[in-house]
Design a protein around this ligand. Structure first.
Ligand SMILES: NC(=O)C1=CN([C@@H]2O[C@H](COP(=O)(O)OP(=O)(O)OC[C@H]3O[C@@H](n4cnc5c(N)ncnc54)[C@H](OP(=O)(O)O)[C@@H]3O)[C@@H](O)[C@H]2O)C=CC1
Ligand SMILES: Nc1nc2c(ncn2[C@@H]2O[C@H](COP(=O)(O)O)[C@@H](O)[C@H]2O)c(=O)[nH]1
Length: 324
């Protein structure tokens, strides 16, 4: 893979504007059978997602993926969401008990609209087998599989039946995979998204490494249909992580799903715990993201996200923060 770049190395080039107000620009995106307000989803991690946030997002037409770290609550969660007429979107792993779980869902006719297979190294027989298992027992469920970082992986998971693949090995803020293993897409995540999207025939979800709202538009430009974000979403009043005060300033705890803190043991640790700045209400962040993305669409010279997909760009290594 030559000519790699990351979010901070790219600037998109404006085109003639066709709207008289940014509010005319439509940021909505279709994933599977449903249309969502934004091409953005909070990471399925314990410090960014919980049932309350899932309810808020679903009620307000945002996509969400519930995490898998309280596995025994998932059936009740699906039931509860469906009782309220909301979509259910859950995560699974690949261990033996997860196969039974999928079969139980079928037996009880609790059919989630979305299942995300949430595994560090998604280009694996374990994930391929789980995709096939879900598709066999819950054929109407939209399956998101990952995480991967190569076109080969995208092709293999799509061929197994995945409806979307999630790209990003190690670019996350709480990630230490790149340090511990030497592998990953950290430092060239945006180029990896482009590489994978060129091979994909189904949607790509860019996962990890988003540090500014402009990075959402850049992900879309390079082929993502949706963007998964952890650290930015972990800092809200509603975020499940602990609120901590340091020198009079508020922070929230954010920890990796493969951190020692999450696992409760020091085995195959590939994540860390850190503090992220407190940033107030989740709704305000979502509104700001929508407004910024509307502005991106207007700079791209269109009215929908498709305009961003056609924007020209320049690679200007590490210059995005110059002038700050
Ligand atoms: N996006 C990213 O860059 C990364 C994300 N994560 C997150 O951390 C969480 C834990 O992930 P994960 O460890 O996959 O899940 P699990 O801890 O549920 O492990 C799933 C299964 O896969 C096996 N496994 C895990 N990694 C590998 C590997 N590299 N090669 C072969 N087998 C493997 C495990 O066995 P065993 O443990 O015995 O090997 C286990 O049986 C997830 O939420 C994931 O998204 C973690 C790292 C990177
Ligand atoms: N290598 C690791 N990656 C992790 C871990 N826990 C979560 N993640 C990934 O990070 C993104 C969020 O990235 P961010 O840059 O927006 O903060 C998340 O969706 C996972 O894919 C981990 O312990 N290790």
């Amino acid at each position: 893979m030559n000519n790699v770049f990351d979010y901070e190395d790219i600037q998109l080039i404006p085109k003639r504007c066709v709207v008289s107000s940014r509010s005319e620009c439509d940021t909505s995106v279709k994933l599977g059978e449903h249309t969502f307000k934004l091409p953005v989803v909070p990471a399925n991690m314990q410090t960014t997602m919980d049932e309350k946030i899932a309810n808020y997002l679903a009620e307000n037409q945002y996509f969400y993926v519930m995490h898998r770290f309280e596995p025994e609550t998932r059936q009740a969660f699906i039931k509860d969401m469906h009782k309220k007429g909301l979509i259910s979107s859950i995560s699974v792993g690949v261990k033996e008990e997860e196969y039974d779980f999928v079969q139980q869902l079928k037996a009880e006719q609790l059919i989630p609209e979305y299942i995300t297979i949430d595994i560090a190294h998604g280009h694996s027989d374990a994930v391929i087998n789980m995709i096939k298992h879900i598709k066999k027992h819950l054929p109407s469920t939209f399956v998101i599989a990952g995480n991967v970082g190569t076109p080969d992986a995208v092709r293999d998971l799509e061929e197994a039946g995945a409806d979307a693949t999630k790209v990003g090995i190690g670019p996350g803020k709480a990630c230490i995979t790149k340090l511990k293993t030497g592998f990953g897409t950290g430092g060239w995540q945006l180029a990896a998204v482009k590489w994978c999207a060129e091979a994909a025939t189904k949607p790509i979800i860019a996962d990890g490494g988003i540090r500014t709202y402009g990075d959402i538009a850049k992900s879309i430009r390079f082929g993502a249909s949706m963007v998964m974000i952890g650290s930015i979403f972990a800092g809200h009043e509603e975020s499940p992580g602990k609120t901590v005060e340091v020198d009079g300033k508020l922070y929230k705890e954010y920890f990796g799903s493969a951190s020692e803190f999450q696992k409760g043991e020091k085995k195959n640790v590939e994540g860390k715990k850190l503090l992220v700045e407190y940033k107030g209400k989740l709704a305000d962040t979502l509104t700001e993201m929508e407004q910024d993305l509307q502005s991106s669409i207007s700079y791209a010279g269109g009215k929908t996200l498709d305009a961003i997909r056609e924007a020209d760009y320049v690679v200007v290594k590490n210059t995005i923060f110059n002038g700050d």
